[in-house]
Design a protein around this ligand. Sequence first.
Ligand code: PLP
Length: 495
Amino acid sequence: MLLIIENKLPKFNKKMNQLTNQTFRKAAHELVDWMADFLENVENLPTKSQVKPKDIYNQLPEMPPQESEAMATVFEDFKSIILPGITHWQSPNFFAYFPANSSYPSVLAEMLMSTLGAQCMIWETSPAAAELEEKVMNWLKEMMNLPRNWEGVIQDTASTATLCALLTAREKASQFQINETGFEAQKYRIYCSSQCHSSIDKAVKIAGFGVENLVKVAVNDDLTINAKALEIAVESDIKNGFHPLFVMLALGTTSTIALDAVRPVGEICEKHQIWLHLDAAYAGSALILPEYQDMIDGIEMADSFVFNPHKWLFTNFDCTAYFVKDVDALLNTFTILPEYLKTQTRGQVNDYRDWGVPLGRRFRALKLWFVIRNFGVKGLQEKLRFHIELAKKLETEIELHNDFENVFPRSLNGVFFRYKPEKITDLKILNQLNEQLLNRLNQSGELYLSHTKINGIYLIRMIIAQTNVEQRHIDKAWAEICQAVIYLDTTDLSK
Ligand code: PLP
Protein backbone atom coordinates (compact mmCIF):
# COMPACT_ATOMS: atom_id res chain seq x y z
CA MET A 1 0.00 0.00 0.00
CA LEU A 2 2.78 2.39 1.04
CA LEU A 3 4.58 1.52 -2.16
CA ILE A 4 1.56 2.52 -4.22
CA ILE A 5 1.25 5.92 -2.48
CA GLU A 6 4.96 6.62 -2.86
CA ASN A 7 4.75 5.91 -6.54
CA LYS A 8 2.03 8.52 -6.84
CA LEU A 9 4.02 11.29 -5.13
CA PRO A 10 4.81 14.10 -7.55
CA LYS A 11 8.45 14.12 -8.62
CA PHE A 12 10.41 17.21 -9.58
CA ASN A 13 12.71 16.55 -12.49
CA LYS A 14 15.57 18.95 -12.20
CA LYS A 15 16.84 20.11 -15.53
CA MET A 16 20.44 19.56 -16.46
CA ASN A 17 21.59 23.15 -16.30
CA GLN A 18 19.83 24.18 -13.11
CA LEU A 19 22.27 24.90 -10.32
CA THR A 20 22.71 22.43 -7.52
CA ASN A 21 24.40 23.19 -4.25
CA GLN A 22 27.60 21.81 -5.70
CA THR A 23 27.50 23.77 -8.96
CA PHE A 24 26.28 26.88 -7.09
CA ARG A 25 29.40 26.69 -4.93
CA LYS A 26 31.64 26.57 -8.00
CA ALA A 27 29.74 29.32 -9.82
CA ALA A 28 29.77 31.51 -6.72
CA HIS A 29 33.54 31.11 -6.27
CA GLU A 30 34.08 32.09 -9.88
CA LEU A 31 31.73 35.04 -9.48
CA VAL A 32 33.55 36.30 -6.40
CA ASP A 33 36.84 36.18 -8.32
CA TRP A 34 35.19 38.14 -11.10
CA MET A 35 33.81 40.65 -8.57
CA ALA A 36 37.24 41.26 -7.02
CA ASP A 37 38.81 41.69 -10.49
CA PHE A 38 35.99 44.01 -11.49
CA LEU A 39 36.39 46.23 -8.44
CA GLU A 40 40.15 46.32 -8.94
CA ASN A 41 39.78 47.44 -12.56
CA VAL A 42 36.54 49.39 -12.63
CA GLU A 43 38.39 52.69 -12.97
CA ASN A 44 39.58 51.57 -16.43
CA LEU A 45 36.05 51.02 -17.74
CA PRO A 46 34.01 53.88 -19.28
CA THR A 47 32.55 55.61 -16.24
CA LYS A 48 29.30 56.59 -17.94
CA SER A 49 27.74 53.89 -20.06
CA GLN A 50 28.22 54.74 -23.73
CA VAL A 51 25.23 52.81 -25.13
CA LYS A 52 22.39 54.33 -27.12
CA PRO A 53 18.70 53.92 -26.27
CA LYS A 54 17.47 50.36 -27.00
CA ASP A 55 21.03 49.04 -27.58
CA ILE A 56 20.60 46.60 -24.71
CA TYR A 57 16.92 45.85 -25.25
CA ASN A 58 17.44 44.89 -28.87
CA GLN A 59 20.12 42.34 -27.99
CA LEU A 60 17.74 40.43 -25.74
CA PRO A 61 15.44 37.73 -27.15
CA GLU A 62 11.75 38.50 -27.58
CA MET A 63 10.71 35.39 -25.66
CA PRO A 64 11.97 33.91 -22.40
CA PRO A 65 13.83 30.58 -22.66
CA GLN A 66 11.68 27.48 -22.29
CA GLU A 67 14.59 25.29 -21.36
CA SER A 68 17.14 25.73 -18.61
CA GLU A 69 20.27 27.58 -19.68
CA ALA A 70 23.73 27.03 -18.22
CA MET A 71 24.84 29.69 -15.73
CA ALA A 72 28.06 30.06 -17.71
CA THR A 73 26.04 31.11 -20.77
CA VAL A 74 23.96 33.57 -18.74
CA PHE A 75 27.11 35.02 -17.22
CA GLU A 76 28.74 35.44 -20.65
CA ASP A 77 25.67 37.44 -21.73
CA PHE A 78 25.91 39.48 -18.55
CA LYS A 79 29.45 40.43 -19.50
CA SER A 80 28.83 41.06 -23.20
CA ILE A 81 25.32 42.55 -23.19
CA ILE A 82 24.57 43.95 -19.73
CA LEU A 83 27.90 45.30 -18.55
CA PRO A 84 28.35 47.82 -21.40
CA GLY A 85 25.01 49.29 -20.33
CA ILE A 86 26.12 49.89 -16.76
CA THR A 87 27.30 53.28 -15.56
CA HIS A 88 30.04 52.63 -13.08
CA TRP A 89 29.01 54.26 -9.83
CA GLN A 90 31.81 52.36 -8.09
CA SER A 91 34.49 53.90 -10.31
CA PRO A 92 36.70 56.46 -8.57
CA ASN A 93 36.17 58.56 -11.71
CA PHE A 94 32.49 58.95 -10.80
CA PHE A 95 31.80 62.51 -9.64
CA ALA A 96 28.19 62.97 -10.80
CA TYR A 97 24.97 63.56 -8.81
CA PHE A 98 25.60 62.24 -5.32
CA PRO A 99 27.37 58.90 -5.09
CA ALA A 100 25.73 55.56 -4.35
CA ASN A 101 28.78 54.07 -2.75
CA SER A 102 29.56 50.52 -1.87
CA SER A 103 32.56 49.06 -0.06
CA TYR A 104 33.96 45.58 0.48
CA PRO A 105 32.23 44.94 3.83
CA SER A 106 28.96 46.23 2.41
CA VAL A 107 29.16 43.94 -0.63
CA LEU A 108 29.90 40.96 1.62
CA ALA A 109 26.89 41.78 3.76
CA GLU A 110 24.70 42.08 0.64
CA MET A 111 25.86 38.61 -0.39
CA LEU A 112 24.91 37.23 3.00
CA MET A 113 21.59 39.08 2.96
CA SER A 114 20.63 37.49 -0.32
CA THR A 115 21.86 34.10 0.86
CA LEU A 116 19.72 34.32 3.98
CA GLY A 117 16.88 35.74 1.91
CA ALA A 118 15.16 36.83 5.10
CA GLN A 119 12.05 38.96 4.92
CA CYS A 120 12.22 41.03 8.07
CA MET A 121 8.74 42.53 8.29
CA ILE A 122 8.21 41.72 11.97
CA TRP A 123 10.45 40.76 14.87
CA GLU A 124 9.41 37.11 14.69
CA THR A 125 10.28 36.75 11.02
CA SER A 126 13.92 37.42 11.95
CA PRO A 127 14.57 38.65 15.49
CA ALA A 128 18.24 39.33 14.73
CA ALA A 129 17.32 41.70 11.92
CA ALA A 130 15.01 43.75 14.16
CA GLU A 131 17.43 43.86 17.07
CA LEU A 132 20.46 44.64 14.93
CA GLU A 133 18.49 47.45 13.30
CA GLU A 134 17.62 48.91 16.69
CA LYS A 135 21.27 48.70 17.73
CA VAL A 136 22.85 50.20 14.60
CA MET A 137 20.34 53.04 14.64
CA ASN A 138 21.47 53.76 18.20
CA TRP A 139 25.10 53.56 17.07
CA LEU A 140 24.36 56.16 14.38
CA LYS A 141 22.81 58.46 16.99
CA GLU A 142 26.04 58.17 18.99
CA MET A 143 28.28 58.60 15.96
CA MET A 144 26.39 61.66 14.69
CA ASN A 145 25.39 63.14 18.03
CA LEU A 146 21.68 63.02 17.23
CA PRO A 147 19.23 63.45 20.12
CA ARG A 148 19.40 60.23 22.14
CA ASN A 149 15.66 60.25 22.90
CA TRP A 150 14.79 60.00 19.18
CA GLU A 151 14.21 56.61 17.57
CA GLY A 152 15.69 55.43 14.29
CA VAL A 153 14.49 53.09 11.57
CA ILE A 154 15.95 52.05 8.25
CA GLN A 155 13.94 53.00 5.17
CA ASP A 156 14.64 52.25 1.54
CA THR A 157 15.19 55.82 0.38
CA ALA A 158 15.13 59.39 1.66
CA SER A 159 12.08 59.98 -0.50
CA THR A 160 10.17 57.36 1.50
CA ALA A 161 11.44 58.75 4.81
CA THR A 162 10.28 62.25 3.87
CA LEU A 163 6.89 60.84 2.90
CA CYS A 164 6.72 59.09 6.31
CA ALA A 165 7.54 62.36 8.07
CA LEU A 166 4.86 64.23 6.13
CA LEU A 167 2.20 61.58 6.77
CA THR A 168 3.07 61.44 10.46
CA ALA A 169 2.85 65.24 10.71
CA ARG A 170 -0.52 65.13 8.94
CA GLU A 171 -1.88 62.48 11.28
CA LYS A 172 -0.56 64.10 14.42
CA ALA A 173 -2.08 67.45 13.45
CA SER A 174 -5.45 65.87 12.69
CA GLN A 175 -5.52 63.69 15.82
CA PHE A 176 -5.07 60.72 13.49
CA GLN A 177 -8.41 61.48 11.81
CA ILE A 178 -7.29 61.82 8.21
CA ASN A 179 -6.24 58.17 8.19
CA GLU A 180 -9.79 57.36 9.24
CA THR A 181 -12.03 59.77 7.38
CA GLY A 182 -9.84 61.33 4.70
CA PHE A 183 -9.40 65.02 3.95
CA GLU A 184 -12.24 67.44 4.43
CA ALA A 185 -10.57 70.48 2.96
CA GLN A 186 -7.24 71.47 1.55
CA LYS A 187 -6.11 73.66 4.41
CA TYR A 188 -2.62 72.44 5.23
CA ARG A 189 0.54 74.17 4.05
CA ILE A 190 3.98 72.68 3.61
CA TYR A 191 7.14 74.79 3.26
CA CYS A 192 10.66 74.32 1.96
CA SER A 193 13.18 76.42 0.12
CA SER A 194 13.26 76.67 -3.65
CA GLN A 195 16.46 74.58 -3.51
CA CYS A 196 15.00 71.55 -1.74
CA HIS A 197 14.97 68.14 -3.35
CA SER A 198 12.03 67.16 -5.55
CA SER A 199 11.20 64.27 -3.19
CA ILE A 200 9.17 66.78 -1.15
CA ASP A 201 7.04 67.64 -4.20
CA LYS A 202 6.40 63.95 -4.70
CA ALA A 203 5.59 63.37 -1.02
CA VAL A 204 3.16 66.32 -1.01
CA LYS A 205 1.36 64.85 -4.02
CA ILE A 206 1.20 61.32 -2.62
CA ALA A 207 0.09 62.49 0.84
CA GLY A 208 -2.87 64.23 -0.73
CA PHE A 209 -2.03 67.87 -0.01
CA GLY A 210 -1.68 68.97 -3.62
CA VAL A 211 1.46 70.76 -4.79
CA GLU A 212 -0.43 74.03 -4.73
CA ASN A 213 -0.03 73.84 -0.97
CA LEU A 214 3.72 73.41 -1.14
CA VAL A 215 5.20 76.85 -0.55
CA LYS A 216 8.70 77.27 -2.01
CA VAL A 217 10.41 79.90 0.10
CA ALA A 218 13.07 82.27 -1.27
CA VAL A 219 16.74 81.64 -0.57
CA ASN A 220 19.64 83.83 0.51
CA ASP A 221 22.62 84.49 -1.77
CA ASP A 222 24.27 81.30 -0.49
CA LEU A 223 21.17 79.33 -1.50
CA THR A 224 20.10 78.59 2.08
CA ILE A 225 16.50 79.19 3.10
CA ASN A 226 15.61 82.75 4.01
CA ALA A 227 14.09 82.33 7.48
CA LYS A 228 12.46 85.76 7.38
CA ALA A 229 10.71 84.91 4.11
CA LEU A 230 9.52 81.68 5.70
CA GLU A 231 8.12 83.51 8.69
CA ILE A 232 6.27 85.96 6.46
CA ALA A 233 4.81 83.12 4.40
CA VAL A 234 3.68 81.23 7.52
CA GLU A 235 2.07 84.29 9.10
CA SER A 236 0.33 85.30 5.92
CA ASP A 237 -1.04 81.75 5.51
CA ILE A 238 -2.37 81.77 9.07
CA LYS A 239 -4.16 85.07 8.36
CA ASN A 240 -5.69 83.50 5.27
CA GLY A 241 -7.06 80.51 7.16
CA PHE A 242 -4.42 77.92 6.31
CA HIS A 243 -2.80 75.53 8.77
CA PRO A 244 1.02 75.58 8.49
CA LEU A 245 1.87 71.92 8.98
CA PHE A 246 5.36 71.02 7.91
CA VAL A 247 8.69 72.63 7.08
CA MET A 248 11.49 70.74 5.38
CA LEU A 249 15.04 72.04 5.56
CA ALA A 250 17.86 70.85 3.35
CA LEU A 251 21.04 70.00 5.20
CA GLY A 252 22.78 69.87 1.92
CA THR A 253 20.76 70.91 -1.11
CA THR A 254 21.10 68.69 -4.14
CA SER A 255 22.48 71.35 -6.47
CA THR A 256 25.21 72.89 -4.30
CA ILE A 257 25.13 71.23 -0.83
CA ALA A 258 23.85 74.49 0.70
CA LEU A 259 23.19 73.90 4.41
CA ASP A 260 19.99 75.50 5.75
CA ALA A 261 20.41 76.80 9.29
CA VAL A 262 18.21 74.82 11.69
CA ARG A 263 17.94 77.13 14.71
CA PRO A 264 16.17 80.18 13.19
CA VAL A 265 13.67 77.97 11.40
CA GLY A 266 13.28 75.77 14.48
CA GLU A 267 12.20 78.85 16.43
CA ILE A 268 9.52 79.67 13.86
CA CYS A 269 8.32 76.06 13.87
CA GLU A 270 8.17 75.93 17.67
CA LYS A 271 6.21 79.15 17.81
CA HIS A 272 3.61 77.90 15.35
CA GLN A 273 3.74 74.19 16.22
CA ILE A 274 4.93 73.14 12.81
CA TRP A 275 6.62 69.78 12.18
CA LEU A 276 10.27 70.39 11.24
CA HIS A 277 11.89 67.76 9.03
CA LEU A 278 15.61 67.82 8.23
CA ASP A 279 16.58 66.37 4.87
CA ALA A 280 20.27 65.59 5.24
CA ALA A 281 20.15 62.82 2.60
CA TYR A 282 23.66 63.45 1.36
CA ALA A 283 25.48 65.71 3.80
CA GLY A 284 24.21 64.03 6.97
CA SER A 285 27.19 61.68 6.92
CA ALA A 286 29.43 64.66 7.72
CA LEU A 287 27.93 64.67 11.22
CA ILE A 288 30.26 61.84 12.18
CA LEU A 289 32.93 64.57 12.08
CA PRO A 290 32.77 66.64 15.28
CA GLU A 291 33.89 69.71 13.32
CA TYR A 292 30.59 69.65 11.37
CA GLN A 293 28.25 69.50 14.37
CA ASP A 294 27.26 73.15 13.70
CA MET A 295 25.12 71.76 10.88
CA ILE A 296 22.53 70.59 13.41
CA ASP A 297 22.65 73.46 15.86
CA GLY A 298 19.00 73.65 16.99
CA ILE A 299 18.09 70.04 16.13
CA GLU A 300 16.26 69.70 19.45
CA MET A 301 13.54 71.87 17.86
CA ALA A 302 13.18 69.50 14.91
CA ASP A 303 10.88 66.49 14.68
CA SER A 304 12.60 64.24 12.18
CA PHE A 305 15.89 63.77 10.36
CA VAL A 306 16.90 61.66 7.39
CA PHE A 307 20.23 60.77 5.83
CA ASN A 308 21.44 58.15 3.40
CA PRO A 309 24.30 55.86 4.40
CA HIS A 310 23.90 54.69 0.80
CA LYS A 311 25.26 57.98 -0.40
CA TRP A 312 28.39 58.94 1.56
CA LEU A 313 28.76 56.22 4.18
CA PHE A 314 29.97 53.41 1.93
CA THR A 315 26.88 51.23 2.38
CA ASN A 316 25.27 49.82 -0.75
CA PHE A 317 22.05 51.32 -2.05
CA ASP A 318 19.50 51.06 -0.55
CA CYS A 319 19.92 52.15 3.05
CA THR A 320 18.30 55.26 4.49
CA ALA A 321 18.43 56.17 8.18
CA TYR A 322 15.32 57.96 9.43
CA PHE A 323 15.09 59.38 12.95
CA VAL A 324 11.97 60.70 14.61
CA LYS A 325 11.30 62.47 17.90
CA ASP A 326 7.72 61.25 18.50
CA VAL A 327 7.88 57.58 17.68
CA ASP A 328 4.33 57.00 18.97
CA ALA A 329 3.02 59.37 16.32
CA LEU A 330 4.93 57.42 13.68
CA LEU A 331 3.52 54.12 14.92
CA ASN A 332 -0.02 55.49 15.19
CA THR A 333 0.24 56.62 11.60
CA PHE A 334 1.47 53.36 10.10
CA THR A 335 0.31 50.53 12.35
CA ILE A 336 -2.20 48.18 10.83
CA LEU A 337 -2.89 44.79 12.34
CA PRO A 338 -4.64 42.09 10.35
CA GLU A 339 -5.15 38.77 12.10
CA TYR A 340 -2.44 37.02 10.12
CA LEU A 341 0.23 39.40 11.40
CA LYS A 342 -0.63 39.13 15.11
CA THR A 343 2.19 37.72 17.22
CA GLN A 344 2.72 36.92 20.88
CA THR A 345 5.70 39.24 21.17
CA ARG A 346 3.78 42.31 20.01
CA GLY A 347 4.43 45.28 22.29
CA GLN A 348 7.69 43.85 23.65
CA VAL A 349 9.71 44.23 20.44
CA ASN A 350 10.06 46.47 17.41
CA ASP A 351 7.94 45.22 14.53
CA TYR A 352 9.42 47.49 11.91
CA ARG A 353 6.54 46.98 9.45
CA ASP A 354 4.75 49.55 11.65
CA TRP A 355 7.50 52.12 11.09
CA GLY A 356 6.90 52.96 7.45
CA VAL A 357 5.08 52.25 4.21
CA PRO A 358 6.05 48.73 3.09
CA LEU A 359 5.20 45.55 4.95
CA GLY A 360 8.11 43.48 3.63
CA ARG A 361 11.61 44.56 4.57
CA ARG A 362 15.15 43.58 3.59
CA PHE A 363 17.81 42.94 6.22
CA ARG A 364 19.52 46.27 5.56
CA ALA A 365 20.95 46.65 9.04
CA LEU A 366 23.45 43.91 8.27
CA LYS A 367 25.39 45.93 5.71
CA LEU A 368 25.48 48.99 7.92
CA TRP A 369 26.79 46.84 10.77
CA PHE A 370 29.49 45.31 8.55
CA VAL A 371 30.53 48.76 7.30
CA ILE A 372 30.67 50.44 10.69
CA ARG A 373 32.61 47.54 12.20
CA ASN A 374 35.05 47.01 9.35
CA PHE A 375 35.86 50.71 8.83
CA GLY A 376 35.49 51.65 12.48
CA VAL A 377 34.20 55.14 13.22
CA LYS A 378 37.75 56.46 12.88
CA GLY A 379 38.13 54.81 9.49
CA LEU A 380 34.90 56.39 8.29
CA GLN A 381 35.95 59.77 9.63
CA GLU A 382 39.31 59.52 7.87
CA LYS A 383 37.65 58.77 4.53
CA LEU A 384 35.25 61.70 4.83
CA ARG A 385 38.00 64.12 5.84
CA PHE A 386 40.15 62.88 2.97
CA HIS A 387 37.36 63.55 0.48
CA ILE A 388 36.87 67.04 1.86
CA GLU A 389 40.62 67.72 1.57
CA LEU A 390 40.61 66.56 -2.07
CA ALA A 391 37.75 68.96 -2.80
CA LYS A 392 39.52 71.87 -1.07
CA LYS A 393 42.59 71.33 -3.19
CA LEU A 394 40.58 71.20 -6.40
CA GLU A 395 38.71 74.35 -5.45
CA THR A 396 42.06 76.13 -5.18
CA GLU A 397 43.18 74.82 -8.60
CA ILE A 398 39.97 76.15 -10.14
CA GLU A 399 40.43 79.49 -8.42
CA LEU A 400 43.96 79.80 -9.79
CA HIS A 401 42.98 78.95 -13.36
CA ASN A 402 42.30 81.97 -15.57
CA ASP A 403 39.62 80.24 -17.64
CA PHE A 404 37.56 78.63 -14.86
CA GLU A 405 35.66 79.92 -11.89
CA ASN A 406 34.01 78.48 -8.78
CA VAL A 407 30.44 79.67 -9.28
CA PHE A 408 29.58 78.82 -5.67
CA PRO A 409 32.04 78.14 -2.89
CA ARG A 410 32.88 74.50 -2.19
CA SER A 411 30.64 72.87 0.36
CA LEU A 412 32.03 69.74 2.09
CA ASN A 413 33.38 67.66 -0.80
CA GLY A 414 31.51 69.30 -3.66
CA VAL A 415 32.86 71.90 -6.08
CA PHE A 416 30.60 73.93 -8.37
CA PHE A 417 32.44 75.52 -11.27
CA ARG A 418 32.22 76.56 -14.89
CA TYR A 419 34.43 77.36 -17.84
CA LYS A 420 34.62 81.15 -17.93
CA PRO A 421 37.33 82.60 -20.14
CA GLU A 422 37.75 86.32 -19.59
CA LYS A 423 36.86 87.21 -23.18
CA ILE A 424 33.43 85.54 -23.07
CA THR A 425 30.82 87.38 -21.02
CA ASP A 426 27.54 86.42 -22.66
CA LEU A 427 25.58 84.13 -20.30
CA LYS A 428 23.88 82.15 -23.05
CA ILE A 429 27.17 81.42 -24.80
CA LEU A 430 28.83 80.48 -21.53
CA ASN A 431 25.96 78.11 -20.75
CA GLN A 432 26.20 76.50 -24.17
CA LEU A 433 29.95 76.06 -23.84
CA ASN A 434 29.68 74.50 -20.41
CA GLU A 435 26.96 72.14 -21.54
CA GLN A 436 29.14 71.15 -24.48
CA LEU A 437 32.09 70.70 -22.13
CA LEU A 438 30.12 68.43 -19.80
CA ASN A 439 28.83 66.29 -22.67
CA ARG A 440 32.28 65.97 -24.18
CA LEU A 441 33.76 64.89 -20.85
CA ASN A 442 31.01 62.39 -20.10
CA GLN A 443 31.15 60.94 -23.61
CA SER A 444 34.87 60.35 -23.21
CA GLY A 445 34.11 57.74 -20.55
CA GLU A 446 37.11 58.99 -18.58
CA LEU A 447 34.98 60.55 -15.86
CA TYR A 448 31.38 61.34 -15.07
CA LEU A 449 30.17 64.75 -13.89
CA SER A 450 26.72 66.29 -13.66
CA HIS A 451 25.37 69.82 -13.81
CA THR A 452 22.82 72.17 -12.37
CA LYS A 453 21.47 75.62 -13.23
CA ILE A 454 21.31 78.34 -10.61
CA ASN A 455 20.06 81.87 -11.36
CA GLY A 456 20.30 81.01 -15.05
CA ILE A 457 23.95 79.94 -14.79
CA TYR A 458 24.79 76.45 -16.07
CA LEU A 459 27.43 75.01 -13.79
CA ILE A 460 29.27 71.74 -13.41
CA ARG A 461 29.06 69.84 -10.14
CA MET A 462 31.91 67.64 -9.05
CA ILE A 463 31.24 65.57 -5.94
CA ILE A 464 34.39 63.92 -4.62
CA ALA A 465 32.97 61.12 -2.55
CA GLN A 466 33.53 57.79 -4.24
CA THR A 467 34.79 55.19 -1.78
CA ASN A 468 38.14 54.63 -3.51
CA VAL A 469 38.87 58.04 -5.00
CA GLU A 470 42.46 59.22 -4.67
CA GLN A 471 44.38 62.39 -5.51
CA ARG A 472 45.49 60.85 -8.84
CA HIS A 473 41.85 60.54 -9.96
CA ILE A 474 41.26 64.22 -9.24
CA ASP A 475 44.47 65.19 -11.04
CA LYS A 476 43.42 63.14 -14.05
CA ALA A 477 39.90 64.56 -14.01
CA TRP A 478 41.16 68.15 -13.78
CA ALA A 479 43.63 67.53 -16.62
CA GLU A 480 40.78 66.11 -18.74
CA ILE A 481 38.61 69.13 -18.01
CA CYS A 482 41.34 71.62 -18.88
CA GLN A 483 42.20 69.69 -22.05
CA ALA A 484 38.57 69.33 -23.20
CA VAL A 485 37.98 73.11 -23.44
CA ILE A 486 40.54 73.29 -26.26
CA TYR A 487 38.18 71.23 -28.43
CA LEU A 488 34.97 73.12 -27.74
CA ASP A 489 33.18 74.04 -30.93
CA THR A 490 32.50 77.75 -30.89
CA THR A 491 31.25 78.04 -34.47
CA ASP A 492 27.56 77.35 -33.87
CA LEU A 493 27.01 79.35 -30.71
CA SER A 494 23.93 81.52 -31.05
CA LYS A 495 23.06 84.52 -28.98
N1 PLP B 1 17.16 64.69 -0.59
C1 PLP B 1 18.28 65.16 -1.16
C2 PLP B 1 18.90 66.42 -0.65
C3 PLP B 1 18.85 64.48 -2.23
O1 PLP B 1 19.93 64.98 -2.83
C4 PLP B 1 18.25 63.29 -2.70
C5 PLP B 1 18.83 62.54 -3.81
O2 PLP B 1 19.90 62.80 -4.28
C6 PLP B 1 17.09 62.85 -2.05
C7 PLP B 1 16.57 63.57 -1.01
C8 PLP B 1 16.39 61.60 -2.50
O3 PLP B 1 17.14 60.49 -2.14
P1 PLP B 1 16.59 59.02 -2.36
O4 PLP B 1 17.09 58.59 -3.70
O5 PLP B 1 17.21 58.23 -1.24
O6 PLP B 1 15.12 59.05 -2.28
